[in-house]
Design a protein around this ligand. Sequence first.
Ligand code: UD1
Length: 347
Amino acid sequence: MSTKQKHILVTGGAGFIGSHTVVELIEAGYTPVIIDDFRNSERFIPERLEKLTNQKIIAVDAACQDVEVLDSLFSKYNFEGVIHFAADKAVGESVSDPLKYYDNNLSSLISILRMMDKYNTKSLVFSSSCTVYGNPKSTTGKSVVTEDSIHLNPDSPYGNTKLIGEQILQDWIASSSRSNVALLRYFNPIGAHASGEIGELPQGIPNNLLPYITQTAVGIREKLTVFGNDYDTEDGTCIRDYIHVCDLADAHVSAIKWLDLQTNPGIEIFNIGTGKGTSVLEMVQAFEKVIGKPLSWEYGPKRSGDIPEIYANPIKAKEMLQWESKFSIFQAIEDAWRWENNRPKND
Ligand code: UD1
């Protein structure tokens, strides 16, 4: 006897977090439908996903603003829910080309919401970021944030698009929308799938710490610069909440299941982090321990816009979504290292 397929639209499903979420969705019995225009992801990802999951992957090459394509997908699949990842995310580029970010990140969200209204789609998971908290210590005196922590203006147009996206969703839910939203604020995703088939593919010089570390260790980069050593933290380097991308992917499945159980329209915000802060120096040391070799690194000046310390209080996600992180930074580093040694090199 065949059971009804539960289709979930995954925008940006070929990207770093999207591709790992597709794997988790399939493992949980859902049928993901990817829409991705591959502007910031690789065309071989759907094939890799097929190999990894042993299942046919539906992947449509289109932008989220393509209303005709969206309309045909919504009418064909009658989605149970949408997970909206598709967005530009390079902080530096957003400073030099803000209109690209406001245009792409906000218009894609609005197109999705219009379709959800038209087709009465029940559930939406939205990718937000801990960047919306700004520097929590300057407002609350604490580095750990709960979902109701005071917001500062994020430091970049990219961060602003996340905050404005959140506000659009609040207004949309307050209107006559009949949908339900889980708004996930990600902390710092790292790692890769344990199979070594999928992982992060930074274009050009990585901005993020762990890809920079792994690329230095394989010799693509000469030396890691640790940005700043006189922050007001124990070892003087910045502290972040690094979360394994598979844990993060799993949080999306928990959110979809939770949304499915909700009977009234609404919106809930969840921090998706481990609850543990790790300094840049601790990351370097953990990496050296995992690979058993010293890394070439030096201290350099602070990077503008970096905040000293932030990590999640993830208790709400645990209580309401029954989700919590499982992997340590050591496991994430091991997986990122395997991926770095296997991944197709595009630079
Ligand atoms: C960055 C983005 C954030 C985004 C997040 C997702 C900025 C300002 N923020 O966060 O909006 O949601 O990525 O991945 O870019 N570091 C070094 N040397 C390096 C690279 C990084 O010392 O070569 C340090 C940074 O100073 C920081 C830590 O490593 O303290 C983490 O940096 P990164 O991976 O770029 O993440 P965030 O800046 O926290």
